[in-house]
Design a protein around this ligand. Structure first.
Ligand code: HEC
Length: 156
């Protein structure tokens, strides 16, 4: 057998193997078998999101803030924030450090709203919401104002 003939046989065998595998790929990708349902079941998230008011959110945990009367800023400060802000524990801004509060307010993007965002997420050694986990945004913002604009004479 000449060298040329030998190679022809080899090429023929390779072609058969190659064509065979192409047709079997073809089979596994047969479009009729890939239904929309199958695709959706494969890309589906393992979580679902329920929005308040929807039937699926019926048993969802709702923070207790709805269950109590709104608290006054001074009361929230006394109950939650005083631990750090009264005497500057953990290097917190002291309640009557007017100059530092003013600087913080000036530096915050968007004024009080900016400070509110920082307090909600927490910063440095201050835990989220300054530990008042059931405080509403409005209550927190009022408390921040109370602290920034603190007037010792009015507090007595
Ligand atoms: C466990 C201590 C702690 C408690 C409780 C706490 N804070 Fe703070 N707070 C800090 C510290 C520390 C900082 C300074 C963080 C920094 O600048 O790294 C701070 C900073 C702030 C700032 C300035 C944020 C800024 O970036 O300028 C505001 C506003 C604030 N606290 C509001 C509150 C309010 C309102 C409460 C109560 C609801 C509260 N904090 C409770 C420790 C505390």
């Amino acid at each position: 057998m000449s060298f040329f003939e030998n190679n022809t046989i080899l090429i023929s065998i390779l072609s058969i193997v190659f064509l065979g595998s192409i047709s079997s790929w073809g089979l596994s990708l047969e479009p009729d078998k890939i239904t929309r349902q199958l695709i959706e079941s494969r890309i589906k998230s393992s979580h679902t999101i329920c929005v308040k008011g929807e039937a699926c959110a019926k048993n969802a945990y709702i923070p207790p803030q709805a269950d109590r009367e709104p608290m006054a800023a001074a009361a929230i400060y006394k109950k939650y924030c005083t631990a750090c802000h009264e005497n500057g524990a953990f290097k917190a801004v002291k309640i009557n450090d007017k100059a530092v509060w003013k600087k913080r307010l000036d530096e915050a993007k968007n004024g009080y709203k900016g400070l509110l965002e920082i307090v909600i997420t927490g910063i440095g050694l201050m835990p989220p919401k300054g530990l008042c986990t059931d405080c509403s945004d409005e209550e927190l913002e009022a408390t921040i104002r109370y602290m920034v604009e603190f007037d010792p004479a009015a507090a007595k």
